[in-house]
Design a binder for this molecule. Structure first.
Ligand SMILES: NC(=O)c1ccc[n+]([C@@H]2O[C@H](COP(=O)([O-])OP(=O)(O)OC[C@H]3O[C@@H](n4cnc5c(N)ncnc54)[C@H](OP(=O)(O)O)[C@@H]3O)[C@@H](O)[C@H]2O)c1
Length: 256
């Protein structure tokens, strides 16, 4: 019988070097903090660098990186800068994202394009650049893509966002299959409604309060509700045989 690894060791990320996009607020900030608290070196990327500097000041394991993920030409240089901070990247959390509301007929072209560039194109380009580096050095690594509850179910007035997240989910599976042979695991987390700058206003509104009544657990989530799933998927000791998976963290919302 193989040895039983204690949980502390199973989720110890010492030696991992992570890039977390959208780390200036909400889920991304929490992801950076949790990975760093478990021993990983974390490059926290976003556009609001003042916030990233505040985050980096909380831990010697966190470094700030200015990156607009829609600037795909800047990605190779950004990855170089990230690797100069802490060494070769082994983990990528594609978390940066924007929401978009409104019916399809009312969605302006520019809004559609910005959602697709931020939520889909950036994940494509960052993941590919990350994988190319790992393949070139014959290393191994993991990608965690942040999809959404609406990747699998469309709501009225969130079509462009839902379409973008469905693409992220499909992309995760395609990446997982293609890169498994190169030692890269790719998985998706699909959060339900989690308190953040993206959702706070909606969750406090009468429509948001009504929606919460339809969630089987009758509550929205906190960023900390994602800690365990993040650590599971980040740790190759804990999830070395998991790739191409989607984990819903939504209080049962996908069932309702
Ligand atoms: N909260 C939820 O209920 C929920 C549910 C399902 C999925 N999600 C997904 O979870 C992820 C995080 O969302 P959140 O709720 O934490 O929202 P948030 O607080 O608004 O955070 C979004 C993050 O994305 C970054 N970002 C946006 N556009 C960017 C760009 N062009 N370049 C670089 N960074 C960019 C923002 O940083 P800067 O503005 O500083 O660049 C910010 O750090 C998103 O992908 C979202 O779709 C959230």
């Amino acid at each position: 019988m193989s040895q039983i690894t204690p949980a502390q060791q199973l989720f110890d990320l010492t030696g991992e070097v992570a890039l977390v996009t959208g780390a200036s607020s909400g889920l991304g900030r929490r992801f950076a903090e949790v990975l760093a608290a478990h021993g990983a070196k974390v490059v926290a990327a976003a556009r609001r660098t003042d916030r990233l500097k505040d985050l980096a000041a909380t831990s010697p394991n966190i470094s700030a990186l200015a990156l607009d993920v829609t600037d795909t030409k800047a990605i190779p240089a950004a990855l170089d800068e990230a690797e100069r901070a802490f060494g070769p990247l082994t983990l990528l959390v594609n978390n940066a994202g924007i929401a978009s509301g409104g019916r399809i007929v009312n969605t302006q072209d520019g809004e559609w394009e910005q959602v697709i560039r931020t939520n889909v194109d950036a994940v494509w380009h960052l993941s590919r650049a990350f994988a190319e580096r790992i393949i070139a050095r014959k290393g191994s690594g993991a990608i965690i893509n942040i999809a959404s509850l609406v990747a699998g179910r469309v709501g009225l007035s969130s079509a462009s966002y839902a379409i973008s997240k469905a693409a992220v989910l499909h992309m995760s599976k395609a990446q997982a299959w293609e890169w498994a042979r190169h030692g890269i695991r790719v998985n998706a987390i699909s959060p339900g409604f989690i308190a953040s700058e993206m959702t706070d206003e909606y969750l406090a509104s009468p429509a948001g309060q009504d929606m919460i009544k339809r969630v089987p657990q009758r509550r929205s989530g906190q960023p900390s509700d994602l800690d365990g799933t993040l650590l599971l998927l980040a740790s190759s000791r804990a999830s070395g045989f998991i790739t191409g998976a989607e984990i819903n963290v939504d209080g049962g919302h996908a069932l309702a």
